[in-house]
Structures are given as C-alpha cells and as structure tokens.
Design a protein around this ligand. Sequence first.
Ligand code: NAP
Length: 315
Amino acid sequence: MKKNEPSNGMNRRQFLQMSTGCAVSAMVLGLDSSSSFAASNINDSKKGRKHVILNNGLRMPLLGLGTMTIKGEIGTRCVADAITLGYRLLDTATIYNSETTVAAGIKESGIKREELFITSKLWRADMGYEQTKKAFQTSIDNLGTDYLDLYLIHRPTAKNNDSWKAMEELYHQGKIKAIGVSNFDATQLADLIANSTVKPAINQIETHAFFQENKAFEYLKQSGVQMQAWSPFAEGRKGLFTNPTLASIGKKYNKTVAQVCLRWHYQRGIISIPRSSQKAHLSENIDIFNFKLDDADMGAIASLDLNTTQFPEWR
Ligand SMILES: NC(=O)c1ccc[n+]([C@@H]2O[C@H](COP(=O)([O-])OP(=O)(O)OC[C@H]3O[C@@H](n4cnc5c(N)ncnc54)[C@H](OP(=O)(O)O)[C@@H]3O)[C@@H](O)[C@H]2O)c1
C-alpha cells in the first residue's frame, strides 16, 4: 500500500485477519471481557482513580476532564478544582487554545506533574513530519511540561503517515508516553497500522447514548486499540440531560442523568472526558463509582442509540 493511500477492502481484511485471535492488549482493570464489572471493583470509592492499561502497558484514567472551551480565569479555576476533586486525566488540544489554561490550572492546584495524565492533539493544519515535531514542541511549551502522556492525531488527513512517523520518534525518545488517533474510521486505522511500527493506543471518537458507535466498539476491541469517548454528553444535544429513560434510571440509584451517562461509558470500558465549567457538575461527574447499572439499565440505554452523529457540522 502506498503511503497516505486509504486502505482498500483487501487491506482492511488483512488487518482484521491479523488482529482477530490476538488477545486484546488494552485490558480494562477490574472489568471482565463483557460490559459488566467484576464485583470487587464496584465499591472502590477512590474518585477518578480507575484506570485502563493501554496496549503499550501505560495506565490511563477511565475518566477525565475535557477542556474544549475552557479558557481564562474561569478555565484555570475549573482545571484546578477538577484536580482537587480527584481528576487526573486532562484532555486538551492545540485547536482548543486551552493548553495554557490547563497549565495555569495545574500550577494553581499544586499537584506534581507525574501524578497527572495529560493528552494533547495535533491539529490538521500542523500535519506532516517536520510540522508535527514543531507542533508537539509548542504544545508541551504551552503546557509547561517536557513530556505528554498521550498525543493524538486530532483528525485524519492525507498526511497521517508522515505525522505518525514523527510521533513514533517522539515516543521512542520518551517525550510522549503513548500515541494515538482521534476520529479515525476502521479503514483509516487499519491503513495507519499497516504503515507503522507503533500501534495507536487510543482512538478518541464521538460516543454518547445517542451515538453509541457499537461497530467501532467491536473493531477497536479486536484490534487492541482503546476507545475513548468525546462529547460523552453529546453536549446536551437532543435533550440528553432531560431524557426520560436516562432520568428514570438515575432515579433508581439517586443519581443524575450525567452520572448515568458516565457510568454507562465506564461500564463499557470506554474512557470519557466530560467537560464542565461548574464545580458542582465537576463533583457530580466524578461521583460515579458507588453504583452499578444492571443489565436492564444497560439494555434501556442501548435502545436510545440513534446510530448517527449529533455533530454533523464537524463531519
Ligand atoms: N477529539 C475530538 O475531535 C473532540 C471533539 C469534541 C470534544 N472533544 C473532547 O471531549 C470533551 C468533552 O466534550 P464536549 O466538551 O464537546 O461536551 P460534553 O462533555 O459532552 O458536554 C459538555 C456540556 O455538558 C454540560 N455539563 C457537564 N456536566 C454536567 C452535569 N453534571 N449536569 C448538567 N450539565 C453538565 C456542560 O455545562 P456546564 O459547563 O454548565 O457544566 C457543557 O455544556 C471536550 O471538552 C474535548 O476535550 C474531542
């Protein structure tokens, strides 16, 4: 296959054949291979400390803070509050212009860098071998750190393979602990894997109750790439926060719709990064480790899937 060429059906089949039968290397701690939890994990109330092990052995929190529109003094306070509440995973990106705010929040919290898991993302305009190295340096400078825990290609472009080569080098130099992608479909992911030496650890994609991405859930599991949900609340679109099914499930456990949604992601073994600028919501969103959705709840949430994006403007 030529560099940057989308894979054809044959290559995708080859990829699937290659990956089928391989043990999934992204093991979710405390989860069995189905969607339900091992009982021993349920009552652990340490907030935000649940982790997955990525395919290169790195531990990554299953719940974190999204920072897409988090800026200025309010943003700084919000990041610092989140860290104080127990969040350890912070998700930012060059295009959000939130890296310096994240850095300020970390400083205000007083936490040690090594206690955090920081993700940033390479924007499409910065794709290409040299540009990627430059963009990475800008991101770590903005964040006031000398390494990233995770660096993602934000959106696929024709320069995926060139950027990936640069990211692999940075990974081997220890400047990034894990590398991954975002918004890649199965074909794009298979093509990248076929042209690389380091398998992506993560694919961060739109996932919420109204767009459950069940096919992606399966192919990512089979290929040993951890799934991560962006917009785990669909930004509240389509009335998510007042959905009667989610509200009635919440009522059973004295939990909010937001908590039901995040618990659902968590029980599927999917990393989520809800965003909030309100301390009460930050606190609510991390308080999901003391209840368990049963099979009927999981089934009722499954029935909410509209199997289509709620962000058509970004496609
Ligand atoms: N890779 C990608 O292409 C991509 C794309 C989109 C997003 N992302 C990442 O995913 C993160 C999350 O997605 P998102 O920011 O689009 O949206 P989201 O997390 O789905 O939803 C955020 C909205 O939910 C509200 N909210 C949060 N907690 C709540 C609660 N407990 N009760 C009621 N409302 C609540 C927030 O309002 P308040 O502030 O008032 O709480 C905010 O309006 C982003 O910040 C970003 O880091 C990645």
